[in-house]
Ligand binder design. Structure first.
Ligand code: AGP
Length: 606
């Protein structure tokens, strides 16, 4: 997510804002910028890359203004560059804005503004907001912002400065956080608390549809045009706690962000009324011609790939194979001009995956990258790229990026099925209805995380775990086992439950916990047979099943419940308790779960 900071007061605004941006660096970003008012002039400085590039650009410039806004950008639309860096301005250069979130309908608004003669200088969705304000700035910046907000759809934390009214900053939020810092004759507006904690611990958290007008003396908050009061919260965190939003570790914070990451990734990519799925960057005509699919990835991304195999084959009828990057890069895979290649990588820099793609790209028919980092190598190498909008993931373990990858891949599976004429509008609508339930259901699972913490503590001293799933839940067994290995250093293996009798059952005794992903579905009775075979040998059973299943407690030592949903959607829910289980066991063992030994966030070496 982008970092936002605004300052209005008596002190040097540029110093306050640069300090605030430094405290927001942990959020991850690829460019930064600052706008400030000097007299009636609006000054703006932006720089691609690290924040120090912006600081060095300001080194020989004396800035005196006492009102400024600053931004660190995590690119979602448009590559990292000076031109795409925030703040953005309107045509007059008097209005400047910074934005965190996604404006879903920016493209149609941009076309309308272009027709009205507006000139744009960036590829971003955010820039259109400055021009929308310009349309009504004659009514004053507050009214102009209100009019602009009525025109956009999507999620936003928006902060606006108008050189003609330098005694105020206007801010508005919907879906992306914004918080005021209340000082003595100075006030702050920011995406989160660390940016102003040094100056004040008094915070006012804005709510959805709030618009705040901030002056050096104080602030007012309107919600849908009506004045509202928002209580002052006294922050007790220190800086480091604040960077994790009060969570003890980034990993837990990022698991907590899984609902938002899912929502941010699907938003703007489907139209329920028309029962359509929309990927702006994908060439449907070329996609429709593909007759088979190869999906290539590593690690957790490979588990997303494997889940997609079940989905895509079931819904589109295409032949789908999944390959581990380090294997296929040295193989001679059958790739023809009617093969769709899908590459999945949260970092977009995994060398094995890049090399694998290079090994086959000339023979493929069409290729799509599913990545989280805008401008990363894999986002540039393929015919098309679909970004996950999980925001930066600081913890080494992939958690919210995995959920975001699945969000894209579920939509893509249904989209291809629809293009192939294999999925009716009615089925698309039903599938979209299930997808829209996911963020809320993940929130429910996270709310009950203390139960999972207890189960983690109970089994944290075991030395081997086995994870089992069937069909579309098998890749989630692989994911659960990988997370446990990564985060707790406990040996764990994932297996198709049907494979148990072909070997793993030899490992069963009263020391090995067996984790089953066992929602009630067509294969539930088979799973129960597996569980009975383990219980007959004094094995330990931990089961993940759906809430309405009242029988599992008769079979398992511990049960983790997830909400009921159509059976093909359980992977999106079952992964969450397994991420939490690995996290709590790792913490119980005193491991640095954000930086586990020997691992890197992006494996850019062989
Ligand atoms: C996942 O928790 C691990 N950090 C690792 O397996 C990771 O998924 C793998 O290295 C692939 O990374 P990528 O998605 O950036 O390509």
């Amino acid at each position: 997510m982008c970092g936002i900071i605004g300052y209005i007061g008596r002190e040097n605004a540029a110093e306050r804002v640069i300090y605030g941006l430094k405290k927001l660096e942990y959020r991850g970003y690829d460019s930064s910028g600052i706008s400030l008012v000097e007299g009636s002039k609006l000054l703006r400085y932006r720089a691609k890359g690290r924040l120090e590039n912006l600081v060095s650009a300001l080194k020989n410039i004396r800035l005196h203004g006492t009102t400024a806004i600053g931004h660190t950008r995590w690119a979602t639309h448009g590559k990292p560059s000076d031109e795409n860096a925030h703040p953005h301005t309107d045509c007059t250069g008097k209005i400047t804005i910074i934005h965190n979130g996604i404006i879903e309908n920016y493209y149609e608004i941009k076309q309308m503004l272009l027709k009205r003669g507006h000139k744009f200088t960036s590829e971003t969705d955010s820039e259109i907001f400055a021009h929308l304000i310009e349309e009504n700035i004659g009514k004053g910046v507050e009214k102009a912002v209100q009019a602009a907000l009525k025109k956009i759809r999507g999620m936003y934390a928006m902060v606006i400065l108008h050189a003609g009214e330098p005694d105020k900053i206007v801010a508005a939020r919907k879906g992306s956080p914004l918080v005021l810092g209340i000082g003595k004759n100075e006030n702050f507006i920011a995406s989160d608390v660390p940016s102003f904690l040094k100056y004040t611990k008094k915070a006012v958290f804005l709510e959805d549809d709030d618009m705040a007008v901030i002056t050096k003396q104080g602030y007012t908050v309107l919600n849908n045009g009506k004045k509202v009061s928002r209580k002052i919260t006294h922050i007790k965190w220190n800086d480091s706690q604040a960077e994790k939003n009060g969570y003890p570790h980034y990993m837990l914070k990022e698991i907590g962000e899984e609902p938002q990451a899912f929502e941010d990734t699907i938003i703007g990519r489907f139209d329920s009324d028309r029962a359509k799925i929309l990927f702006e960057t994908v060439n449907d005509a070329r996609l429709r011609k593909m007759k088979n699919v190869r999906i290539i990835a590593c690690g957790t991304s490979y588990h997303a790939a494997y889940t997609t195999k079940y989905l895509m084959e079931k819904y589109s009828g295409l032949n789908v194979s999944v390959d581990i990057g380090s294997e296929i890069r040295y193989a001679a895979p059958a790739v023809t001009k009617d093969t769709l290649i899908i590459i999945i990588s949260q970092s977009g820099e995994t060398i094995d995956t890049i090399a694998a793609f290079n090994n086959i790209k000339k023979r493929a028919g069409y290729s799509i990258a599913v990545v989280n980092v805008v401008g990363s190598t894999l986002s540039r190498e393929l015919d098309s790229v679909i970004y996950t909008h999980a925001g930066p993931e600081i913890g080494v373990a992939a958690t919210k990026t995995f959920i975001s990858q699945l969000a894209v891949l579920y939509l893509l599976s249904f989209h291809i099925a629809s293009l192939k004429g294999r999925m009716s509008r009615k089925k698309i609508r039903s599938a979209l209805k299930s997808l829209r339930k996911i963020p809320g259901y993940i929130k429910e699972i996270i709310k009950e995380r203390k139960k999972i913490e207890k189960i983690g503590a109970k089994y944290s001293r075991h030395r081997d775990f086995l994870y089992y799933g069937r069909n579309i839940n098998y890749p989630i067994a692989l994911e659960g086992a990988l997370k446990l290995k990564e985060i707790s250093y406990i040996h764990a293996e994932g297996y198709p439950a049907g494979e148990m009798k072909h070997g793993p059952i030899a490992l069963v005794d009263d020391k090995v916990p067996n984790v089953f992903i066992a929602p009630v579905n067509a294969l539930y009775e088979k799973i129960i047979n597996n569980i009975e075979e383990i219980r007959a040998r004094d094995g330990i059973i931990i089961a993940v099943t759906n809430r309405s299943n009242k029988t599992m407690k008769n079979y398992a030592d511990d049960v983790i419940y997830i909400p009921d949903i159509d059976e093909d959607f359980y992977p999106l829910l079952a992964a969450v308790p397994l991420h939490l289980l690995a996290y709590y066991i790792g913490v119980k063992k005193g491991i640095d779960v954000d930086k586990p030994r020997n691992l890197a966030k992006s494996v850019t070496v062989e």
